[in-house]
Ligand binder design. Sequence first.
Ligand code: SAM
Length: 284
Amino acid sequence: MKLSNIFGILLHMIEHVQIALIPTLKDIYKNPYLIFHPSHPFFTNVWAVIGPGIDERETEMKRALVYPHARGVVLDLGAGLGHIIKYLDRSKVTKYIALEPNICMHSEIRSKASSYGFTESNGNFLLISSSASDISSILFRLSTSVENEEKSRSHSALGIMIEDIRVDTIITIRSACSFPSPEKTLTRLAKDVLKPGGEFLFVEHVLSERKDVAWWQRFWSPLWEVFAGCRLDRPTHLWIGEMKDFDGEGRTIDMWSEGEAKRPAEDPEENLLGHRIGRFVKHL
Ligand SMILES: C[S@@+](CC[C@H](N)C(=O)[O-])C[C@H]1O[C@@H](n2cnc3c(N)ncnc32)[C@H](O)[C@@H]1O
């Protein structure tokens, strides 16, 4: 492997500290409560600087994944600064739900969503500040939101079924690398939060199939977690692709009726941040 691939990760970590250390100290000075969650302002400052460039480079790939396939109620896991919103087809997406546990990112998500017509007052935007692993909180917020919509239409909220609460599309862009208990979290989201026939769309950096690359990914992951907030050593594409569910009679079946995860052509195999782009459709 090239030394630039192995030690490029170290340079990224140094860059994150250079970008975010001083602004984070300033944020904590302005809002001392953040001392209890220093990673929130730190990663917000990092992402505010490097996120737009990454998003710009991936415009074509994200548009091809999201624009034709995201529909109905869309749940964006780890919404960050709301980069995905501009790729949503407004004629097909009825509601945008941003799940983002980092409160420092909330005002930017709200303002981006609003500039694309998704607002809480219109009832087509919801911001959930839980972790993706907190499935009961997510289901609770989804059900409360549906109940409020029904009440605002003067309908009774009593007849609401689980199918009314579930979402049509789940998107995760570089967020599953941060989830606690990622395999269990992703499986529960697909099983309990996504509707039958719904789409699971993702772009994630993943554990390489190459042994040498995987070795370095495992080596750097503990440090990368501190300075970048996520792991390099997760086979997220395999966990999603190989998920199982139960049919009505309790038999194990594949979670997906169709789908695949691909390596972007522009990602060199030696890249420690090599990605997979995936689109999977849940069985009916
Ligand atoms: C690299 S950023 C990606 C943001 C956004 N998806 C994008 O592509 O611009 C990772 C995001 O995952 C969020 N995140 C971290 N832990 C999370 C968790 N347990 N549940 C949901 N999101 C999480 C972070 O706060 C951050 O916004």
